[in-house]
Write a protein that binds this ligand. Structure first.
Ligand code: ZN
Length: 188
């Protein structure tokens, strides 16, 4: 099991666009295995490659859809379709492992469908409407385009979130990654 450090907002890897995968290599297989381990260690619902400092266009999810079925999957070179209206549910806080400890209501489309390939090169389709998975798919796609959910918040809330991350100590110490194995110590 290899848990990789998770990049924190401010890390340049989170602002970069990603590169399409052209070949499934052993390096890529290791990256994906490590991303699952890292997601597990951090109790995350998903993780995109830039969150472990990689530029490949892929993400993993591990979360339930609206009917409660759990989806644990990798999607390489994903394409996203959104459907249903854009909704802001004030009761549901969206969070991100790269903005550790914080969560804010974030407007998302009710439905999402992602199509891509897995490590065998087979087609993967993930679809959900109204569940955690629908939100996670939209969230992870943002990462692959170099943005964070914070970019969807009002400037005031975005500043509040950044201040909160700073106060948690990592940014104050100049750290732009954190180790999810230190989860309890980090009070996330
Ligand atoms: Zn995230």
């Amino acid at each position: 099991m290899t848990v990789r450090p998770i990049t924190i907002v401010g890390h340049r890897a989170l602002a970069q666009r990603t590169r399409r995968v052209r070949e499934i290599t052993d390096e890529l297989r290791t990256l994906v295995a490590d991303m699952f381990d890292t997601t597990d260690a951090a109790n995350g619902a998903g993780l995109a490659a830039p969150q472990v400092g990689s530029r490949w266009r892929l993400f993993v999810v591990d979360c339930p859809d609206a009917s409660g079925d759990r989806h644990r999957a990798v999607v390489i070179n994903p394409r996203l379709e959104r459907f249903g209206g854009l909704e802001l549910d004030e009761e549901t806080l969206e969070g991100c492992l790269s903005v550790p400890g914080e969560g804010y209501p974030t407007a998302r489309h009710r439905g999402a469908r992602v199509t891509g390939i897995d490590l065998e090169g087979d087609e993967v389709v993930l679809e959900d409407e109204g569940g955690v998975l629908a939100r996670a798919l939209q969230h992870e796609m943002d990462h692959l385009d170099g943005s964070l959910y914070l970019d969807r918040l009002s400037p005031a809330l975005r500043r509040e979130a950044l201040d909160a991350v700073t106060q948690r100590g990592w940014r104050a110490r100049g750290l732009l990654t954190w180790d999810p194995r230190e989860l309890e110590a980090a009070d996330v």
